[in-house]
Write a protein that binds this ligand. Structure first.
Ligand code: CA
Length: 228
């Protein structure tokens, strides 16, 4: 059974999410506090996707996200955000989350997001062998890892997928829509902004100077280019 962690302190929202996950064929592992969520993840290492509420009694969801990411770059993380939370703040704080869903959300929207993330985080593996070498970068498509100058760069699964897309298309300007379709899937409901959020984070990890990027360059009004 495909397991999803649901961290939400409000019982009615949690049970709404759990019922809909079950309907979509997932097993929901529930947690009411950040501490409980971290314990559940230890007990259930096969959880591939986590839904994290932000306002929680013991710590905020971003802190939970940071702690999960400190030990695991493979799990998919979706933040559940309230409409009242300012989006810029949310995206700025999205240290390591793959996606966010704004409350109130429809069951269809939520499960579509989870399905998409689940596919990326380990469902169907593409038939890949070997490596893509574009010095100083080396992408290992078997282990889904990236090295820069021989040093491992820790990437989330989404960041890896973006790197793979770039390295498969050197020198080609990719529109944000193209990146969204390729990495998040055509059935993705979300906003284009998620592309920019992930690119910003990727630049911090791979650029020599993230404020003056030379590998991932911006194509104004269009998208991004892997600038070799
Ligand atoms: Ca809450």
């Amino acid at each position: 059974m495909k397991k999803v962690l649901v961290l939400e302190d409000e019982a009615n929202i949690r049970s709404f999410v759990v019922i809909n996950l079950k309907r979509a064929g997932y097993e929901a592992i529930e947690a009411e506090t950040g501490e409980e969520a971290l314990n559940q993840l230890k007990r259930n290492p096969d959880i591939k996707v986590a839904l994290l509420d932000i306002m929680l009694p013991d710590m905020d969801g971003f802190e939970v996200c940071r702690r999960i990411r400190a030990g695991d770059n493979h799990i998919g993380i979706i933040m559940l955000t309230a409409r009242t939370q300012e989006m810029d703040k949310v995206t700025g704080l999205m240290t390591g989350a793959d996606d966010y869903v704004t409350k109130p959300f429809s069951p269809a929207e939520l499960t579509a997001r989870i399905d998409a993330l689940y596919r990326r985080t380990g469902g169907a593996e593409a038939v890949d062998t070997g490596e893509i070498s574009q010095p100083p970068f080396l992408l290992n498509t078997r282990n889904r890892t990236l090295e820069k100058n021989g040093q491992r760069v820790k990437l989330t699964q989404v960041e890896y997928s973006i790197m793979k897309l770039f390295m498969d298309n050197p020198g080609k300007a990719l529109s944000r829509e193209e990146i969204l379709d390729s990495v998040w899937g055509r059935d993705y409901f979300g906003e284009l902004k998620i592309v920019d959020v992930n690119i910003r984070r990727l630049r911090i990890k791979i650029e020599d100077d993230p404020t003056n990027p030379t590998f991932i360059t911006t194509v104004w009004g269009y998208g991004y280019k892997w600038g070799f």
